[in-house]
Design a protein around this ligand. Structure first.
Ligand SMILES: Cc1cc2nc3c(=O)[nH]c(=O)nc-3n(C[C@H](O)[C@H](O)[C@H](O)COP(=O)(O)OP(=O)(O)OC[C@H]3O[C@@H](n4cnc5c(N)ncnc54)[C@H](O)[C@@H]3O)c2cc1C
Length: 489
């Protein structure tokens, strides 16, 4: 008995107990999957669940003839159709009141990979994950995609997504050819010389100009990169970034801005992916790693105050630990996402993205401090995370967010679901949008529409061209969604 009480007091025994305790706690951190989207019975929602709506039915078509028949019938019967990929868009882009939703997830076949030409021909309901699995053995990689691989091709092209690559322009520019089901029910193959300019409206067109059935995408090599990280003061970033852009060895780049009270919008960390000159044909695609520990750290940051300072310190240390490591292009394009899941009842986590011209970045962040409080621990509206991406000028699509070379601030925000919480979030985001517009910027459209119609028109001066072409190409307005109804119709 005496020896047991002695043993209990030994440092190594106590250490082991603490370790076991920590392991049990960590193992029990729940990794929830939010329920959203088409599985919610007659009321459908998308990623945030903020806009539930009644729809007539969801169609999971077997083949393109089925889709064609549905579109032709809708034209005759005055029915409305929306198109859904994985519904990560957050403002009702994939459904419409009493309408029919085309669920594109079954159109996910890889049709051809041309190693010589470096292209892939693929159905639009496939995810980037599907594409990466197919092209990895050929030593190929995507030119442009989001940092995660969880989205469909059709959904990504319809928002004209962007990511960490700073060399290949917009995602729309990487499409060689596309097969489209038009609002009149015709199946057309179009390329970049198409006189009717379908691509100009379909990419970044939010499913309002037809259904993308197949695309041929340009690829590049699955190069091996060295990760290079640095800590900076925010006011050093603009000139730092301009140097990175001129330095051809850097293929990909992004940054994080501190939202911790002690260094709010003053500190940044940058992450570059620099060419090693090598390719890696044998590497495997990475799976989600360290989900529980990342979630524990993020949840601590979500509490604000001192814990958010600690979270920022931990992020800086983690990012510094990546310096010098090697990673393939494909793996840099498939970051973890599960740890971000947030399921607290009565609260929601949303994304917003604001773009400003590169040369406005510094003053913009200084002015932002007057709108968003540094310490939001006791506020309902909470900014959790800001990452910075580059979006090169887009001369191609009509609703283009990158009217010149822009830096995008991707912002993760949490707020309550009571009416006054939503009104407060709306008012803060509208002030943030006004500030962005004052600095010559714009905001991204796949997310919840806190912005006013006037702010939309100022951000997207080509909106009238978009509207007129919509009526020309879809005179019966067969393709509809809540995004169109709110902003454009
Ligand atoms: C966690 C998270 C991270 C994100 N990160 C990034 C990022 O790094 N960069 C970025 O640019 N965006 C980012 N986004 C936004 C994301 O790219 C969009 O939400 C994109 O639409 C997701 O694809 P999806 O398959 O979910 O499309 P959905 O949300 O299903 O659809 C989006 C739009 O595309 C239309 N559509 C879908 N399929 C087709 C089709 N086959 N033909 C015609 N129209 C179609 C829909 O009607 C809708 O208007 C992020 C979103 C989330 C939630």
């Amino acid at each position: 008995m005496q020896s047991l009480s002695k043993l209990v007091k030994t440092p190594w025994f106590l250490g082991c107990l603490v370790l076991i305790f920590v392991a049990v706690v960590m193992w029990n951190i729940p990794i929830e999957k939010r329920k959203y989207g088409l599985s919610q019975g007659s009321l459908v929602t998308d990623y945030t669940g903020l806009l539930p709506e009644h729809i007539e039915r969801v169609v999971t078509a077997e083949n393109r003839n089925d889709l064609q028949r549905i579109v032709k019938q809708a034209n005759e019967n005055g029915k409305k159709i929306s198109v859904a990929g994985l519904q990560h868009s957050q403002g009702g882009h994939t459904y419409y009141k009493n309408g029919v939703v085309l669920d594109m997830r079954t159109f996910n076949r890889i049709l051809d990979i041309d190693e010589q030409e470096k292209t892939i021909h693929v159905e639009a309901g496939a995810t980037w994950e599907d594409v990466q699995e197919a092209i990895q053995p050929h030593g190929l990689a995507l030119k442009v995609t989001q940092s995660q691989s969880i989205f469909t091709i059709g959904g990504s092209l319809s928002v004209n997504a962007h990511g960490r690559d700073i060399r290949f322009g917009s995602m729309a520019e990487t499409v060689k050819e596309m097969t489209l089901l038009t609002p009149e029910g015709k199946i057309k193959n179009v390329n970049r010389d198409d006189p009717d300019e379908w691509m100009k409206y379909v990419f970044g067109g939010y499913g309002l100009f037809g259904v993308i059935l197949e695309v041929t995408l340009e690829l590049t090599d699955n190069d091996l990169y060295t990760i290079h990280t640095e800590k900076l003061k925010t006011n050093e970033y603009e000139s730092y970034f301009n140097r990175v852009l001129k330095q051809p060895d850097t293929a990909m780049h992004y940054a994080r801005v501190s939202v911790a009270p002690s260094s709010f919008l003053d500190e940044m960390v940058v992450i570059n992916y620099d060419h090693t000159g090598n390719k890696n044909h044998k590497s495997v695609l990475k799976k989600e790693e360290g989900v529980r520990i990342s979630k524990m750290a993020l949840d601590a940051g979500r509490k604000g105050g001192t814990l958010e300072n600690l979270f920022w310190a931990t992020q800086k240390r983690y990012i510094a630990s990546l310096d010098g490591k090697e990673i393939t292009r494909n793996n840099a394009m498939r970051s973890e996402s599960t740890f971000m899941e947030y399921t607290k009842p009565g609260r929601v986590e949303v994304l917003q993205e604001f773009f400003v011209p590169v040369e406005s970045y510094d003053e913009y962040l200084t002015d932002l401090k007057d709108i968003i409080p540094a310490d939001d621990k006791s506020h309902d509206f909470k900014v959790h995370n800001i990452t910075v991406r580059y979006a090169a000028k887009d001369n191609f699509t009509t609703l283009n967010y990158a009217k010149e070379d822009m830096l995008g601030l991707v912002v993760l925000i949490q707020h309550g679901l009571k009416e006054e919480d939503i009104t407060n979030a709306e008012s803060l985001i509208q002030s943030w949008t006004n500030l962005t517009l004052e600095h010559g910027g714009t905001y991204y459209l796949p997310y919840y529409r806190y912005q006013t119609k006037e702010q939309f028109k100022s951000s997207y001066p080509n909106w009238q061209d978009f509207q007129e072409e919509k009526l020309r190409k879809d005179p019966n307005q067969v393709f509809q969604n809540m995004f169109y109804e709110y902003y454009v119709k």
